[in-house]
Design a protein around this ligand. Structure first.
Ligand SMILES: NC(=O)c1ccc[n+]([C@@H]2O[C@H](COP(=O)([O-])OP(=O)(O)OC[C@H]3O[C@@H](n4cnc5c(N)ncnc54)[C@H](O)[C@@H]3O)[C@@H](O)[C@H]2O)c1
Length: 262
């Protein structure tokens, strides 16, 4: 059945792919981003921040599902200094966009009666396990975040658990693989064969979000962390089983399909 879906971060690298795929599936997509979102009728676009309460409430009104991608992503090159020298702009970008923004959007969803939230987390919340060679990393492992950006995604997941536990909202926290946003990140991936196994193509990202939107709410557990990448070239670094079992996600691409198509 056609649903109304709010996609935050709809102008972004993954947001554009998610919007196109969900709309192509026949759902009504509303986009919210601080930048103009291409590919949507003007009446379905909110050029606004997650922190603008009135516009966020208007955007989410009547939504069946929230796909929350709006955030400051991780653009740092590794290795990099740990806090306090971490290059992330924690107080001016990560806190408002990734922490306050996550709270505001979940609160708006609760007030609007949205039944399903799909939250963009990151493999970086458990990357310590991957770097220690304990692969494929399972969904239920303890958090092992890297740097401040990853800590904001731990917060996002844990806030999702709170809403699932207290309000009966179904929450999928999707730990996304690496979908490069610029030529520099493509070069980083090209130089690091291990990371190529966690590459996520824009089309596979879109494919996953369609599966998540289509998933029947009453068949979902309250809170589910899942990993989403394209097909690994050499070894499965993240356990792709939960995304397959829960929503029927099957990746079709592998590195470097569409990596440089921005
Ligand atoms: N691309 C990856 O490799 C990757 C991996 C893991 C997780 N993620 C997560 O997936 C999501 C999308 O990432 P992306 O690669 O498309 O990044 P992106 O930067 O291309 O897109 C993020 C979008 O969010 C918007 N945004 C930021 N703050 C906002 C605010 N306060 N209000 C409204 N909009 C705001 C930006 O304008 C941008 O268009 C992010 O949450 C990111 O942390 C991405």
């Amino acid at each position: 059945m056609a649903q109304r879906v709010l996609v935050t971060g709809s102008a972004g690298r993954i947001g554009r792919a998610a919007v196109a795929a969900i709309a192509a599936r026949g759902h009504t997509v509303v986009g919210l981003d601080i930048r103009p979102s291409p590919g949507l009728p003007p009446a379905q676009v909110f050029v606004a921040s997650l922190l603008e309460q009135d516009k966020l409430s208007a955007a989410i009104s009547g939504a069946d599902c929230l796909v929350h991608l709006g955030a400051t992503p991780d653009d740092a090159v590794y290795p990099r200094p740990a806090p306090p020298g971490d290059v992330d702009n924690f107080e001016d970008e990560l806190v408002p966009n990734n922490i306050v923004g996550a709270y505001r959007v979940m609160e708006a969803a609760r007030k609007a009666g949205v039944k399903k939230l799909v939250l963009a987390s990151s493999g970086q919340v458990i990357v310590g396990h991957r770097k220690a060679g304990n692969i494929p990393v399972r969904a239920e492992v303890s958090y092992a975040p890297r740097y401040l950006y990853a800590c904001t995604k731990v917060f996002l997941e844990q806030l999702g658990q709170v809403y699932a536990a207290h309000y009966g909202t179904k929450v999928i926290a999707v730990r996304l693989g690496w979908c490069p946003r610029n030529p520099g990140q493509v070069a980083e991936l090209t130089a690091n064969p291990d990371d190529q196994d966690v590459y996520l193509s824009p089309s596979d990202a879109g494919r996953f979000f369609v599966c998540a939107v289509d998933a029947a709410v009453d068949r979902l557990p309250p809170f589910a962390p899942v990993y989403v990448t394209s097909r690994p070239l050499a070894r499965e670094r993240y356990d792709l089983g939960p995304a397959r079992d829960l929503v029927g996600y099957e990746p079709q691409d592998c590195w470097p399909t569409d990596a440089g198509t921005f």
